[in-house]
Write a protein that binds this ligand. Structure first.
Ligand code: DGJ
Length: 701
């Protein structure tokens, strides 16, 4: 069909028909043969009590074309041009990227929809609108909608809060919209990161799934919609505040890219596509170097900076094989507690009278890299910066926003504020040998405006620019995106940062779920996973060394613990753990992540399988006591069904605490096919709750 564009990659098809002079997405999902494409077009019936001609819902969803629902573009000029009808003017295709340019001559608007189907079968959708008129056009929303089949049954998305990010919630899709909104001015702990629509029975392991993820670090909106006319859609957009985007003559608004993923092999299949897409970038951190074992000293010393203690920590870290040492909050200005100092990025003479050189040299002398904490977008009222420039904070009119961790947000769209932060951070990075910075963001934005205009969008662009400029000025610098833990994790930030602090909650039991679900979108090597103190500071729970170490293995691994308190035995175990991580990080940071489906809710399995299926490592974690005296089998998914694997228990971080007379026989090694391991699986040991084991599988034929 000459009016049809068919993009295909890795078992996914996107089919767009333009015969009605507007792009209509006919299909996004499983691969379709070219010979079948004709069957998809113009097959809508014409019901009674409806328009006289069958209506195809084009991507712009205009009322003028008979669509009675939310249009893709919402906006107007004062009193007019609120309703649009876009006529397709140009279709440009370059390989697997196609761009459709359409114009509404009456409303004097041009819209462009760009679809790129990546080699991994991930669809990137980018919309923009340009004002062709002479008067201002106010954009309220520009939303990317994609159709999904009527047979999708459930919506799965993720909610959260500080210390408990990305908890799954699954429910039936009903008529109407199920909307998730984030209005924190940053991505937010409650950001869904991805929203899935699932065919009946679809799970982590099997079934058809469609997912959308907004690649944006500001206000956001994602939804699943089942319309009364019987069609179902997913959508995402930047949530714009009133008058946030007002286009002058000739100006363009580029909406953030919406990343869409289809999988016929469950959520794990979708996750694998996303990981492969992120990893295909030249700047992806593991394409540059392996991820170093990291010690962050926050939970070891908090604001109590003392050279002797930190030097002791560096020595202990070096002995167990840590490769990077990170000094957290408290080294600058009047920052002896969390009520002062933000904004003054100058080494404190009170705590560091000779500068940071003494500590940097010490850390480097024992063979570690040095990393440093910043929170550049923030300012305390008790700071030299605020005293000099109280007007540099984001605020509306004469109102000072309510304090949040006794801090305010700097208006980085203000050139003076941006330069102040850049110059001070740049000076520190120029003076000291710093490989990595952890960049925090510990408050939400309220009434965020720049010169009276809503400015979340400007703030997000400013931080992207800040990171890009710092990296350009300091080649090789790595940046971690942190926001009170996992409050700024999204596919937009992936393009500017190298690591995410997944959560402030280092309790291993909580991390079992936080890590598991965050890694659906973000590859594990970009997620900070640290061994916390024996007694978790976040929950007060006490966990064994082994459970904490095994849990922390599945990301960019590190420690956040006062190692000077660790016993000789614990240090010995930590060394074994660090050695194991170094030996396996090549596999863990390149393979396919598999979660599989939980047979019983009391335990879960998580693993990484080499891309060639040759080897794999799994974690089996007992979260709560099993309902049964013999817990459900451990199913190892993702291996080659017909290949034989040697499977065995490994204990690089010590033995898990079990309550059994004898362990299952396979502990010593067993040979089984990948098919059998994924179906019947291995007999589970009787672990005490909050314990975990590691299992290795190696292909032997
Ligand atoms: C919040 C972060 O998430 C923590 O890891 C730590 O850096 C503190 N801020 C420091 O204030």
């Amino acid at each position: 069909m000459s009016n049809t564009i068919h993009l295909k990659a890795d078992g996914v098809s996107l089919i767009i028909d333009t015969s009605a002079n507007t792009p209509v997405v006919l299909h996004w999902g499983r691969a379709v043969a070219d010979t079948e494409v004709d069957m998809l077009a113009a097959i809508e019936p014409t019901p009674h009590c409806d328009f006289d001609e069958p209506q195809q819902i084009g991507i712009w969803r205009e009322n003028a074309r008979g669509f009675i629902g939310e249009p893709a573009l919402k906006g107007s000029r004062p009193g007019r041009d609120w309703s649009h009808k876009f006529e397709l003017r140009k279709t440009e295709q370059d390989g697997n990227t196609v761009a459709f340019t359409s114009v509404d001559a009456d409303a004097e608007l041009e819209v462009v929809a760009r679809f790129e189907l990546t080699a991994q079968g991930v669809l990137k959708v980018s919309h923009s609108v340009t004002n062709l008129g002479l008067t201002d056009f106010n954009v309220e929303a520009l939303t990317a909608f994609l159709p999904i089949p009527d047979y999708t049954k459930d919506v799965l998305d993720f909610h959260g809060r500080w210390m408990r990010e990305r908890q799954p919630q699954r429910q039936p899709i009903h008529v109407g919209q199920w909307v998730r909104e984030g209005r924190e001015g940053r991505t937010g702990h409650d950001f869904t990161l991805i929203q899935f629509a699932l065919a009946e029975g679809a799970t982590y392991e099997r079934g058809e799934t469609w997912g959308l993820s907004l690649a944006w670090s500001g206000n956001n909106r994602q939804l699943v919609e089942r319309t009364a006319i019987g069609r179902t859609f997913m959508a995402a957009n930047e949530l714009l505040l009133p008058n946030e985007v007002v286009l002058g003559s000739g100006e363009t608004y580029d909406a953030p890219t919406v990343v869409a993923v289809y999988s016929g092999t469950g959520i794990d299949g979708a996750s694998d596509r996303l990981h492969r897409m992120v990893r295909a970038r030249a700047a992806h951190p593991t394409n540059i170097r392996p991820r170093p074992v990291t010690l962050n000293v926050w939970e070891a010393v908090y604001f109590d900076h003392d050279f002797a203690k930190l030097a002791e920590l560096a020595d202990a870290a070096a002995k167990i094989g840590v490769e990077r040492f990170v000094l957290d909050d408290g080294w600058f200005g009047a920052r002896r507690h969390d009520r002062a100092g933000l904004g003054d990025w100058i080494v404190s003479a009170d705590v560091w009278p000779e500068g940071l050189g003494q500590l940097v040299d010490k850390v480097k002398s024992v063979g570690l890299e040095f990393g440093l904490w910043f929170e550049g977008e923030m300012v305390n009222a008790d700071s030299d910066l605020y005293r000099a420039h109280p007007d540099w904070i984001l605020h509306s009119g004469g109102r000072v926003p309510p304090e949040f961790r006794t801090q305010q947000v700097l208006d980085l769209a203000h050139p003076g504020a941006f330069e102040h932060v850049f110059n001070q951070v740049d000076a520190i990075l120029s003076e000291y040998d710093i490989a990595y910075i952890k960049w925090d963001h510990n408050r939400v934005l309220t009434e965020a405006s720049h010169l009276g205009q809503a400015a979340v969008r400007k703030q997000v662009h400013a931080i992207y620019r800040m990171f890009d400029q710092l990296k350009a000025a300091h080649p090789g610098l790595e940046i971690e995106s942190c926001a009170s833990g996992g409050g700024r994790i999204d596919l937009g930030m992936v393009e500017h940062a190298d690591r995410f602090w997944t959560s402030d909650n280092n309790d291993a039991l909580e991390r079992q779920s936080i890590n598991r679900y965050t890694s659906i979108v973000i590859p594990p090597e970009m997620l900070g996973t640290h061994i916390g103190p024996t007694k978790a500071h976040s929950t007060g729970r006490t966990h064994s060394h082994t459970f904490r170490a095994v849990t922390a293995l599945w990301g960019h691994a590190g420690l956040e613990w006062d190692l000077t308190e660790a016993s000789e035995e614990e240090l010995e175990l930590l060394k074994g753990w660090a050695d194991y991580y170094k030996a396996k990080r090549g596999l863990l940071h390149s393979g396919r992540t598999v979660r599989g489906d939980q047979t019983e809710v009391e335990s879960q399995t998580y693993g990484v399988v080499a891309q060639d299926g040759g080897e794999a490592v799994y974690m089996y974690a007992a979260l709560r006591p099993s309902e049964f005296s013999r817990p459900a089998n451990i199913r190892l998914t993702g291996l080659e069904v017909d290949a034989t694997y040697e499977v065995k228990l490994v204990e690089p971080a010590g033995a898990a605490n079990a309550m059994q007379i004898l362990p299952p026989k396979w502990y010593a090694g067993v040979r089984m096919s990948g098919g059998l391991l994924a179906s019947m699986g291995l007999r589970a040991p009787v672990l005490r709750p909050e314990q975990a084991i590691l299992i290795e599988a190696k292909r032997v034929n």
